[in-house]
Design a protein around this ligand. Structure first.
Ligand code: NAD
Ligand code: ZN
Length: 369
């Protein structure tokens, strides 16, 4: 981790009916977790949940940081991988929490990407009816998306995220320094969500990403921090208006209608970020065909996605028919209609509850590589 001497930090406040909390974004924040827990008044045994790889990179130092301020700390490991987001793994964690005698006010620290955040969050939400949760996101996706907003879940059967809760963390601390060890492939997946935020709500963020993509890709702290801060602010604002996902939160699904279909057709071999990148292009093309979004807008989105290292054409072997069939099975659609979030201009979207299947097919056909 970077030394703290040039420590800067940005802060987003989320104000919800269920309470308020801060999302901090900055370099070196992991060194501040111990003092932060102290300031928040935690005295009981702290529990870090992470995976073996992240334990080696950051977990052991984090544990030492908590112990330096006198907090007794245990670290629990979960093997890496989406398949660990399960009730079986949650059950094993409950056993471990009982063994180490976690108490009602023991903070659970989820140190990892969205998998650890969702699983650790689910366990925190349910063990003893809820232990305080601190999100320590380590992927770009987790920093801008999954750690914020209080959705925690595990997968069950063939369905993703179908057992879960709304459970807000007490604090989110996104230490941008940890992104240096994140594989480029994962970083690019996170960039897809950042582009999404620009298109749905922040033309200035989209401009910034266009102008400074080189620096963003090379990990320039100042601009990466700014991008994460702006994305986190948008997610916070949307969640504040619609904590329980009954309306506005829908716009966060821009790119996700076709994206989910693509993920499922590929048997999840296509990563979420890449599927969302393709799905954003499908939505742009549909909006263009409907005459509500200029071609030049689509072209800018396509150029940025492509420059970010993300695909703009369907993987070989995947057909528009397959994607449409998969979309019709997605839990997020109502009856037979295909609901899309469509752009009006960069920085503004709207929900179209019923999109003509012919337009969807045409849009996907244009994405055949
Ligand atoms: N709760 C929500 O609102 C929400 C929103 C979006 C996604 N999600 C969930 O998030 C999950 C995906 O999260 P993800 O993309 O972060 O994947 P992930 O958690 O699987 O992390 C990706 C990989 O990067 C590794 N890694 C993480 N941080 C690292 C670092 N700093 N250095 C080196 N390696 C690192 C991990 O070990 C893993 O192998 C999915 O399960 C998805 O359902 C939840
Ligand atoms: Zn997503």
């Amino acid at each position: 981790l970077a030394a703290n001497n040039h420590y800067k930090m940005k802060n987003v406040k989320i104000d919800l009916a269920s309470g308020e909390y801060d999302v901090q974004v900055g370099e070196g924040l992991l060194e501040q977790v111990g003092s932060t827990l102290q300031a928040l008044g935690f005295r009981q045994k702290a529990v870090i949940i992470t995976n073996p790889w992240l334990r080696g990179l950051y977990g052991s130092r984090l544990k030492a940081n908590l112990e330096e301020v006198g907090l007794e700390t245990v670290l629990l490991e979960v093997p890496d991988g989406e398949e660990e987001k399960s009730l079986v793994r949650a059950g094993l964690l409950y056993d471990r929490l009982a063994e180490v005698q976690a108490e009602r006010l023991s903070p659970i620290l989820a140190l990892g990407g969205g998998v650890i955040g969702d699983l650790g969050g689910f366990v925190a939400a349910t063990y003893m009816r809820g232990l305080p949760l601190i999100q320590l996101p380590t992927t770009l996706l987790a920093m801008v998306d999954s750690s914020i907003g209080g959705k925690v879940a595990v997968n069950h059967g063939r369905l993703k995220n179908n057992i879960g809760a709304f459970y807000q963390p007490r604090r989110v601390m996104a230490d941008v320094a940890v992104l240096r060890s994140l594989p480029v492939f994962e970083y690019e997946n996170g960039l897809a969500e950042c582009i999404k935020y620009g298109v749905i709500m922040d033309a200035g963020l989209f401009d910034l990403m266009e102008r400074r993509l080189g620096e963003i890709k090379s990990g320039s702290v100042e601009v990466v921090e700014e991008v994460i801060f702006r994305c986190a602010s948008i997610k916070a604002a949307v969640v504040e208006k619609d904590e329980r996902d009954l309306g506005l939160r829908n716009i966060l699904n821009f790119g996700h209608t076709a994206g989910h279909g693509l993920e499922s057709v590929s048997d999840f071999k296509l990563s979420h970020g890449r599927a969302v990148a393709l799905g954003m292009m499908t939505a742009c093309k549909i909006a263009e065909k409907m005459g509500v979004f200029p071609h030049q807008g689509s072209a800018r989105v396509q150029a940025l996605i492509s420059a970010a290292g993300l695909p703009v054409t369907l993987p070989s072997g995947i057909t528009p028919e397959q994607v449409i069939a998969a979309m019709q099975h997605d839990k997020k659609k109502a009856e037979n209609r295909l609901r899309f979030v469509l752009p009006r201009k960069i920085g503004e979207v709207f929900v179209q509850p019923e999109v003509d299947g012919i337009l969807v097919r045409e849009a996907l056909e244009e994405q055949i590589g």
